[in-house]
Design a protein around this ligand. Structure first.
Ligand code: KIV
Length: 290
């Protein structure tokens, strides 16, 4: 093991705040399984969100609402196994925290106890502060999520940019303050103009502020892994940068595999297993007798 590898320590809330103090930006990606979690851990990604976006990226649903707590726990376990150095956040799925404070605490607890996560994220501002308070009081770190909140996108009229008027931007600032008061240690801003993100950061200076489509001012950036590597093909938002088009590469590989099976170039000699010819001779005699 390399010397640098031996010294790596797990990312924690104090180490994230230390990065904020130093002005070091923080990288955050969604992830849903073991192999990609391993790659993220090895690449030095600091935070992983086991996002309810798994409903779309992995399970093929049209939106995030159908994914269940049990499915989210299963994804979390796999990610935590693959990323021992990353700070892993479980994303509370639709209807896992809206019904009551008690249910919110129970489900947040499942992410920590069964999933092995380090914190949870939930959507909403002032309307979810009782749940945030309850979860924090149970000793579970909470990240709020305001702006575009996909679980309520029907109410918001679709995937629209939020905070585009002074009044709606003011409402976001009030949501951020309420989350801070309720005990959230960080907030994710989604699909918000950069100057509004800046105003929110100034209103809650003690919190870590992350953005997904919320501009470079934020302390860290979150991107959906499938968007970044070109594995989600339905649509691509403007704020996404595709670093590689893995779909193309993988599809070419699958096509080549099909061709090689058909034309018998796969499996080749080097993919076969050997047996001592004497043993085969014996086998043939045995079979003849039988
Ligand atoms: O589940 C997720 O990936 C998210 C992002 C859309 C922010 O919550």
């Amino acid at each position: 093991m390399a010397e640098a590898e031996k010294k790596r320590v797990k990312v924690s809330i104090p180490s994230l705040f230390a990065k904020k103090e130093r002005g070091e930006k923080i990288s955050w990606l969604t992830c849903y399984d073991f192999p990609f979690a391993q790659l993220m851990d090895q690449a030095g990604v600091e935070m992983i969100l086991v996002g309810d976006s798994a409903a779309m990226t992995v399970h093929g649903h049209k939106g995030t609402l159908p994914i269940t707590m049990d499915e989210m726990i299963s994804h979390s376990k796999a990610v935590v196994r693959g990323a021992p150095h990353c700070f892993v956040i479980g994303d509370m799925p639709f209807m896992s925290y809206q019904i009551s404070v008690e249910e919110a605490i129970r489900n947040a607890g499942r992410f920590m106890k069964e999933g092995g996560c380090d914190a949870i994220k939930l959507e909403g501002g002032r309307r979810v502060t009782p749940m945030v308070r309850g979860i924090v009081d149970a000793g579970i770190p909470v990240i709020g999520h305001i702006g575009l909140t996909p679980q309520s996108s029907s109410m918001l009229g679709g995937a629209r940019i939020q905070g585009k008027t002074a009044a709606s931007a003011r409402a976001l600032v009030d949501d951020a303050k309420a989350l801070a008061e309720a005990g959230a240690f960080a907030i994710l801003l989604e699909l918000i103009p950069t100057p509004v993100s800046d105003a929110i950061m100034k209103a809650v200076p003690d919190l870590l502020i992350f953005g997904i489509g919320a501009g470079p001012v934020c302390h860290g950036q979150l991107v959906i892994m499938h968007d970044l590597i070109g594995l989600f093909q339905a649509f691509q938002p403007k704020f996404v940068k595709k670093y590689v088009n893995i779909s193309e590469i993988v599809e070419r590989a699958f096509e080549q595999y099909v061709r090689e099976v058909k034309d018998r170039t796969f499996p080749a000699k080097e993919n076969e297993y050997e047996i001592d010819p004497k043993e085969i001779g014996k086998l043939k005699k045995m079979l003849k007798k039988a």
